[in-house]
Design a protein around this ligand. Structure first.
Ligand code: UD1
Ligand code: UDP
Length: 395
């Protein structure tokens, strides 16, 4: 009898990070993997599904324009009840900290199903930052039976909260598995603008900002700082793929829409995005995933938040948390643009988040949990030499 795994996700970052795992589980002889998407995101989710060739068995199609958190939670919870009853999984796999993640864990719990949490244990320790993700991941952690922590630090967070260490596996982050399949030094973009940018002679700053806690004044400050930068530095060119959320677009376009050398474009598909990171000079972002991807490609990241749940990049020196005040962002960006040695200090490729074998560790951990393997998979250990180009074999 195969172990029945139901993988549930709903947004772009969950899909990117679950894709390598789903592909591996679908190929497995011991596991039958079914995919349910809430489609909390629509276009941004579909971009990932088509890139990784994933056709979900269930699609709840819940996205609404300007959806509230309760809209997402209630629609996902209700829809997933039916999915879980009809697919009758042995374990429901969820990812990260979105509202889909929490609703799926709760739906599984209500049907008395086991929950596996991928990217478990990230914490800022502040209930409001990021909002609502810190609480989503804490509650999911309480509902989960098996925790796939990407780093040792994430495992320690879970132990501090009383989680049984036996059921925490340090796996690395599956985003590094995905990155290994998308980045190519000779990549040709399918977005024409990205092929005409002069990456050698310009300093391309890649921007993303979408977080709920940055809506309003903080996002306005971010946009004003970007304007200041292109005015001060003729060599700077900004590329900003703007999230489809109207609350983001309503702020960004009026401030930056007419600014020369600021390219506001639609969200890119993952392959385009990963290769654009690889060609950019540095990143300004409030995204979680980009804080993991950019260090692996040796790109400095200035984080547009007051706290981060990903301290590993900060400790290694590639990531700096700069807040959301206009002058503060400008000052930190100037350091990178005007001071070569500062730039070099931050741009060494490091990969504290994974070695490309996270999905494989998760797969073996599931077999171990269900008694199909006797040996516990070895934890991912970050080696400071580990980077995309020098990964070591898992087995
Ligand atoms: C969600 C997650 C956040 C994650 C982010 C990744 C929650 C509460 N938030 O935030 O943790 O970091 O995804 O991007 O789970 N929209 C579209 N098309 C799309 C996607 C979104 O039009 O493909 C618009 C819709 O109007 C939607 C709005 O964006 O109502 C907001 O989407 P939502 O998922 O609620 O919030 P995000 O900010 O995307
Ligand atoms: N991303 C993408 N296209 C874009 C912007 C981001 O494919 O236009 C990818 C990015 O490379 C990363 C993920 O989306 O893998 C991050 O998602 P997001 O910032 O939406 O969410 P977060 O990580 O903050 O939860």
């Amino acid at each position: 009898m195969k172990i029945k795994v139901l993988a549930v996700f709903g947004t772009r970052p969950e899909a990117i990070k679950m894709a390598p795992l789903v592909r591996l589980l679908k190929e497995s002889r011991e596991i039958k993997c079914t995919v349910a998407v809430t489609a909390q995101h629509r276009e941004m989710l579909d971009q990932v599904l088509s890139l990784f060739n994933i056709i979900p068995e269930y699609d709840l199609d819940i996205m609404k324009e300007r959806q509230s958190l309760s809209d997402i939670t209630s629609a996902a919870l209700k829809g997933l009840e039916k999915v879980i009853c009809s697919s009758d999984p042995d374990i429901v796999l969820v990812h990260g900290d979105t509202t889909t993640t929490l609703a799926a864990s709760l739906a599984a719990f209500y049907q008395q199903k086991r929950v596996g949490h991928v990217e478990a244990g990230l914490r800022t320790g502040n209930k409001w930052f990021p909002f609502p993700e810190e609480i989503n991941r804490k509650l999911t952690g309480s509902l989960a039976d098996i925790h796939f922590a990407p780093t040792r630090n994430a495992k320690e967070n879970l132990i501090r909260e009383g989680v049984e260490p036996e059921w925490i596996f340090v796996t690395g982050n599956t985003v590094i598995d995905a990155l290994k399949t998308t980045v190519d030094e000779r990549y040709v973009f399918s977005t024409p603008l990205l092929n005409v940018i002069d990456y050698k002679n310009k300093k391309v700053v890649l921007v993303t900002a979408h977080r709920r806690e940055n809506f309003g004044q903080p996002l306005e400050n971010i946009c004003m700082a970007i304007r200041d930068l292109v005015e001060e530095f003729p060599e700077v060119e900004v590329i900003y793929p703007v999230h489809y959320n109207p609350s983001v677009r309503d702020t960004v376009f009026p401030i930056l829409g007419d600014v020369e050398k600021v390219h506001l474009i639609d969200p890119l598909d993952t392959r385009e995005m990963h290769n654009l990171i690889n060609k950019s000079y540095f990143l300004l972002t409030d995204s979680g995933g980009l804080q993991e991807e950019a260090p692996a490609l040796g790109k400095p990241v200035l984080v547009l938040r007051d706290v981060t749940e990903r301290p590993e990049g900060v400790d290694a020196g590639t990531v700096r948390v700069v807040g959301t005040c206009r002058e503060g962002i400008f000052k930190e960006a100037v350091k990178l643009l005007a001071d070569e040695s500062e730039y070099r200090k931050m741009s060494g490729a490091i990969n504290p988040y994974g070695d490309g074998y996270a999905s494989k560790r998760i797969y073996h951990a599931i077999l171990y949990y269900f008694g199909l393997e006797q040996k516990r998979p070895q934890d991912f250990i970050y080696e400071s030499t580990g980077c995309l180009k020098g990964e070591r074999q898992f087995d």
